[in-house]
Ligand binder design. Structure first.
Ligand SMILES: [Zn+2]
Length: 148
């Protein structure tokens, strides 16, 4: 049987995992398109497409908070625009060199890789967006950029 304090502890854990409504909406956008990067402007576009409204300030704050929780990572800064991406510690993103098709594969022994990096460089890994360039097996794989 679960002790009283254990129950309270589990409840606390659950509470911390739960995201606020706005944060959940934004996190869902990242999860729906796990291979893509977004800046705040693009996120607002997706929010509007879902027939919802959120101020730019609210989106910025939600993004900052998702970053702090390591749920998303800063992927790149292009001309001062910050691009964010889903934190994918468990997956590699495959990008076809020819047609641009993107997909995700799970890594089963990722812990070994991360341990190695931690030990060798004394880094503390908090997020990942590992991209591998590949040639995909599509028969009509060509230079045409496919987006999904
Ligand atoms: Zn291809």
């Amino acid at each position: 049987m679960m002790k009283k304090w254990e129950g309270a502890f589990m409840e606390e854990l659950e509470k911390n995992k739960r995201l606020s409504k706005n944060k959940q909406i934004i996190y869902d956008i990242f999860k729906e398109q796990p291979t893509k990067t977004f800046d705040v402007k693009q996120l607002i576009g997706f929010i509007n497409a879902k027939e919802m409204t959120m101020s730019q300030r609210t989106v910025y704050r939600a993004v900052e908070s998702l970053l702090e929780q390591n749920l998303i990572i800063l992927n790149d800064i292009i001309d001062g625009h910050r691009k964010y991406e889903l934190n994918k510690l468990d997956d590699f993103k495959l990008v076809c060199n020819n047609c641009g098709v993107k997909s995700l594969i799970s890594i089963s022994n990722k812990d070994k890789i991360y341990d190695l990096i931690n030990k060798r460089y004394d880094f503390n890994i908090s997020g990942a967006a590992i991209e591998l360039l590949v040639s995909c097996p599509k028969t009509n794989c060509n230079k045409e950029y496919l987006n999904f």
